[in-house]
Write a protein that binds this ligand. Structure first.
Ligand SMILES: N[C@@H](CCC(=O)N[C@@H](CS)C(=O)NCC(=O)O)C(=O)O
Length: 205
């Protein structure tokens, strides 16, 4: 039981902040979020908590924690164990996709920045190359999702959150995408989940 609301620091148009905000809603944990980072800039107080000059950071009781996937694991372990399998093999398989997400973010970055922040479209060579790299990685996720319903195992959990956030961006960019039926079915299920529309499916900026 949390005595006071968890505090989440970070602008919501950040992929990494979205992960935490969505997970908090999924876990039904009370929280307050403060905009910081990007156009909002940073305060000395924030940088004392997180000297990386990055978002997100959370405060929960006496704990200050940064690194979005570490935050997801902490939230499940401390407050919502149903969101993380206690079977080491299932847990490790989910952890793998959580860590893999950072490579996916690198692959999709130029397409995201080009289309969302620089007014380009799928015809731009840099955008198209980045979109193709992202699509190639998504074919691997499609194979995985043919084998099991969730990246977390038999039920939704924190391992679905990192790529769940990036999937929304992937399906929203004006670029070519191959047909990946298992990925599409998983994304459709995510769209019906608590918090996904309010914390993740916001306009890309
Ligand atoms: N590995 C870190 C990466 C954090 C990160 O790169 N955050 C980006 C936003 S997605 C950021 O803070 N950019 C600078 C800013 O917004 O001021 C995590 O997962 O928390």
């Amino acid at each position: 039981m949390t005595a006071s609301p968890i505090v989440l620091w970070g602008r919501l148009n950040s992929h990494n902040v979205k992960k935490v905000a969505w997970a908090l809603v999924e876990m039904d944990l009370p929280f307050v979020r403060h905009d910081i980072g990007g156009p909002f800039g940073y305060t000395a107080e924030y940088l004392a908590m997180n000297p990386n000059r990055l978002v997100p950071t959370i405060e929960d009781g006496g704990l200050v924690l940064w690194e979005s996937n570490a935050i997801l694991r902490y939230l499940a372990d401390a407050h919502a164990p149903a969101f993380r399998s206690d079977d080491p093999a299932v847990r490790a398989a989910g952890d793998k996709w959580m860590d893999w997400q950072f490579q996916f973010a690198d692959a999709q970055r130029e397409a995201f920045l080009g289309c969302v922040r620089q007014g380009k479209d799928g015809g731009d060579p840099g955008v198209a190359a980045s979109a193709a790299k992202a699509a190639a990685m998504m074919t691997l996720l499609d194979v995985e999702l043919a084998r099991r319903p969730w990246l977390s195992g038999d039920r939704f959990g924190i391992a679905d959150v990192p790529m769940g956030v990036y999937a929304h961006t992937y399906f929203s960019l004006p670029v070519e995408r191959p047909a990946l039926p298992h990925l599409a079915a998983w994304y459709a299920k995510l769209k019906a989940r608590p918090g996904y529309s309010g914390q993740v499916m916001i306009p890309l900026t």
